[in-house]
Ligand binder design. Sequence first.
Ligand code: NAD
Ligand code: LMR
Ligand code: MG
Length: 489
Amino acid sequence: MKDITPLVYTPVVGEACEKWSHIFSEPEGLYLPWKERGNLAETIKNWPEKEVDICVVTDGSRILGLGDLGVGGIGISIGKLALYTACAGIHPTKTLPIVIDLGTDNERLLNDELYLGTRMKRLGEKDMMKFLDEMMAALKARWPSIIIQFEDFKNPFPSLAKYQNMYTCFNDDIQGTGAVVLAGVINAVRNTGIAPKDQRLVFLGAGSAGVGVARQIMEMFKKEGNLSEDEARKLFYLVDSKGLVTNDRGDKLQEHKLIFSRSDNNGQQYKSLEDVLDYVKPTILMGLSTIGGAFHEGIIRKMASYSERPIIFPLSNPVSKSECTFEEAMKFTDEKVLFASGSPFPTYEAKDGKLHEPGQGNNMYVFPGIGMGTIISQASLINQDMIYASAEYLASSLTQEERDDGLIYPRINRIRDVSARVALGVVRAAERNHLARNPEIVGMDDDTLVEYIKGKMYDPTAVPTEVEETDPGMWNWLTSKLSLPWSKL
Ligand SMILES: NC(=O)c1ccc[n+]([C@@H]2O[C@H](COP(=O)([O-])OP(=O)(O)OC[C@H]3O[C@@H](n4cnc5c(N)ncnc54)[C@H](O)[C@@H]3O)[C@@H](O)[C@H]2O)c1
Ligand SMILES: O=C(O)C[C@H](O)C(=O)O
Ligand SMILES: [Mg+2]
């Protein structure tokens, strides 16, 4: 997993999306173009698999931190679903990657004669919502218990608000990211020894991921730190491309930012990240801005001057958009940083020769378990309690050895075990909320349920017995290729 994940997923998947129309070899997913509106149910019937458990849908408008990549965005749907198979054992034929093609504002693509998508400017939110209404109904009509994961939409808040109580769906960038970063923060905050009420958090980036993460951490501070909503909210300072988000900044704030907008700035506006740091003196710095290198040496050194163990999470993807590298964070904090990044970074050798592994705060730790837990429980909806549980179970899934090694996320090679734990948490939350509908799991204790979940995971190395019975010739050929004796298979 450690070697393969960066290839099928972040960061290489980003490059694949950028070059999609040039490297295209076969569809691998469903393309739903605007011109098929009114006909989406028929179009969806073209998908050849009878059973589909889960789909990932993007409109390609914000792929990682790489911007609008049009239909090339389907690469991210394919990559996410490959991880559903690898991490949570969802059978590959039961996964469906989708891109909706509502045009693109990327001039490079519009002028590229090989571009596979519709050559028109991207349609606005009204048309998108009409199209999504039709698509959601058509997907559910064909596969009534399908789970729909929204991915990498430029502004995903309206669709999440509209569909989360109607369909079995969630938004990975708002909710999955919120949960995965929350899990890392739970473990990192423990290492700082600073109580939630004394933490101060600065976020560079106030988009779907920034606000999604802030909301989940706020929930934890309320729960664990016994803070009211107002007390918890005031610990957060969000910075977007115009500076600190305040009520009197003079621009009309997007709705999703309002909850964290400051009113205690005495009329003063803070434009640069440096100014915000001087003003807030944070203990935690999050990067969800798509601005590679934004946490330069001066920023990191400032963080090290405010607390003994600064928490710095440069979470933007892919690697080129990461706000800093692991090496920079270690060097400029005198190796005191508690670190997690969205994309993978190499191990760092400290001055004393000790090797330090960076944490990878990527939603890949939770979305496979959220999907698997929803499938296992047959939950009709995915609610906040299920998302929060995914974070709690991820945070508590570290082994003693991983904790002793200073990790805040489990090692990626154990991802199937971890996804089973995350799925367990999601099932338990679904049960508590009376959303679970699978009679087989009623009354199961945790150990039995984890085994049940693992038993449902697709194992690509298992020998399909029906093939063995009907086609021994193929197996003879296969064993000769693998140079393995028959008995070993
Ligand atoms: N680690 C993970 O699991 C994970 C999950 C989701 C998203 N992400 C990453 O987070 C990034 C943002 O994703 P998003 O969905 O929130 O995108 P978005 O477009 O919704 O938000 C981007 C935010 O960054 C702000 N921004 C842009 N330029 C800035 C600047 N110069 N200074 C300060 N702020 C600036 C924007 O104003 C906006 O608030 C992407 O790179 C994405 O790959 C990581
Ligand atoms: O795709 C990833 O690697 C994580 C996340 O969903 C993102 O948008 O960056
Ligand atoms: Mg994403």
